[in-house]
Design a protein around this ligand. Structure first.
Ligand code: FE2
Length: 303
């Protein structure tokens, strides 16, 4: 075989191997990330927060469902779901069933665009140019209200442009959230105003970690912000990291535990962005960015 043809064959085989790995192996290689967050008042007992996001459930994701079903064994004191839970009209029942006993724990949820609108094929290279926008469909075609009703019926706080109060362990928690700003449904005005300084903890929840929304939560005195949407970039370069976030947040904070703003004093809120558990069914791969959920152990502030 001539050298150029041999090089082409090797390159094609390597590319096929990477694609097969990303679609078959890594997409189903779920990870539980653990973080300690010093955000509680002095003397408070630690509490565990399970952060779920971007499940994008479609029929046939049996590995994903069984992994999700096992997470109650972590014993979280609070579950936070930052949206994009479904991607198919028949996904609500299996999603709620997979949550199972997690629904008996305190919970908070917001919606992502994919809870309302079924996924459509996109050119993956489009994500490199600019964040996606759903402009052509104004009427939701997925059963987002059944999804929300299922979680709300279990007692979870619907934080879509709403504020609420929860008991989490021994803590009195104020929580507020916005609907998905990625599709222009966020109404921060509906929840604006200083968070209650008498609460033990103030949590802000959103699907898409847009800087202007996080700025507003920070200005109102929230301690911990939780978001999803980015998929951590979904396809990352080993040794480099996230290429795109599909929203306004910088790639360095597209997943994991950070502060917001990125620079500033010690009173800035903590920010956790989940890389999420799923993918669009039209982009069924993850590379150097394993699907994940996170267990945040909240502990007293340092100093
Ligand atoms: Fe998503």
């Amino acid at each position: 075989m001539p050298a150029p043809l041999r090089a082409l064959t090797v390159t094609a085989a390597a590319a096929a191997g990477v694609i097969a790995y990303a679609c078959v192996v890594e997409r189903n290689w779920f990870a539980l990330r653990r973080y300690e967050v010093p955000v509680l008042p002095a003397g408070a007992a630690p509490v565990k927060v399970l952060h779920l996001s971007d499940v994008h459930l479609t029929p046939g994701r049996h590995r994903l469902l069984s992994w999700l079903r096992c997470q109650d064994s972590l014993g979280p004191d609070l579950v936070v779901n930052t949206g994009d839970s479904i991607a198919h009209p028949q996904a609500v029942g299996p999603f709620l069933a997979a949550l199972g006993p997690l629904l008996e724990r305190p919970g908070i949820f917001v919606y992502g665009s994919n809870d309302l609108y079924s996924p459509v094929p996109r050119n993956p290279l489009g994500y490199l140019r600019e964040p996606t926008r759903i402009v052509s469909r104004n009427i939701p075609n997925l059963p987002w209200s059944d999804l929300g009703a299922g979680m709300a019926a279990a007692g979870w706080l619907d934080a879509n442009n709403r504020r609420g109060r929860l008991k989490v362990g021994d803590l009195d928690v104020e929580a507020a959230g916005v609907h998905d700003s990625h599709i222009g449904r966020d109404r921060y005005d509906a929840i604006a105003g200083p968070a209650d300084p008498a609460a033990d903890l103030r949590i802000g929840v959103m699907h898409s970690p847009e800087p202007q929304v996080m700025d507003a939560f920070a200005a109102d005195g929230y301690d911990l912000l939780l978001a999803g949407h980015t998929h951590g970039g979904q396809v990352c370069l080993p040794g480099y990291g996230t290429l795109v976030t599909n929203c306004g947040i910088d790639p360095d904070r597209a997943r994991g535990l950070h502060r917001h703003p990125a620079e500033g004093g010690p009173d800035r809120p903590w920010l956790h962005v989940s890389a999420g558990l799923g993918t669009s069914p039209w982009a069924p791969f993850r590379l150097a960015c394993r699907p994940e959920a996170s267990l945040l152990t909240l502990v007293p502030r340092i100093g």
